[in-house]
Design a protein around this ligand. Sequence first.
Ligand code: GLU
Ligand code: ZN
Length: 295
Amino acid sequence: MKSPSYIGRFAPTPSGYLHFGSLVAALASYLDARAAGGQWLMRMEDLDPPREEPGAQTAILNTLETYGFEWDGELVKQSDRHGAYQDILNRWFSHGLAYACTCSRKQLENFQGLYPGLCRNAGHWPENAAIRIRVPELEYRFEDRVQGEFGQHLGRDVGDFVIRRRDGLYAYQLAVVLDDGWQGVTDIVRGADLLDSTPRQLYLQALLGLPQPRYLHVPLITQPDGHKLGKSYRSPPLAAGEATPLLIRALRALGQSPPAELSFGTPREVLHWGITHWSADLIPRVTALEEARID
Ligand code: GLU
Ligand code: ZN
């Protein structure tokens, strides 16, 4: 029986194909959801068409199916959700909580990513401008199930951040919070590269009156030179014929100990073993794991 007390999700960005690091994140969120008797939703984070790899959406979903994953309900696409994002943006803008920023990249380059608030009270029009949300001088903290306590002072560490880009594209931070809230997600399991996005997301949840989900950030899989195994770094897409060995390897990356004979199993059998033996407590408490060190 499905328990409404757990709703998890996987939310890939189609800027590239799935690689081993995405498999680790997908597997952790899937096993954690299924072991809890919960639902596992699928959301395509296609917010940035210019950066989308042609065919990636279909390839991602096909790969997940080949690897044995089954999601609940219909696929949600963020490209279908622009109306919801714009409504909130309008509301915040008309309340003065969000404002238009016309600063050029050059003007901001000396501030190390911390927006100095130059346009806070400028009253710019939103057309051809980025939209930023005002942040309070407060620290936002949470207890990650693997990484422990994590917090950031939004005023000091982050500054007013972009929720819609100058080119009109909605920012990940806005879309992810609205969609997780709308889909009733209770548990967010994802890569540790998003640990330092979480305090911003907690703030947006608070503004929207949304309940705070539980968080579990799994180690990011890196190459020996420290590159994130991800979209900006070309790593091999997951091969269809490698599903069983790569799932087993991903289980090991998550600290689980699959038995040797599982390597003769189907992907579904590997996932089934993973669900029945899942222990999130065994996930290594690190934010990055070198791929070559996983046996
Ligand atoms: N779309 C993001 C990514 O592919 C994940 C977002 C999330 O899990 O919050 O990295
Ligand atoms: Zn500005």
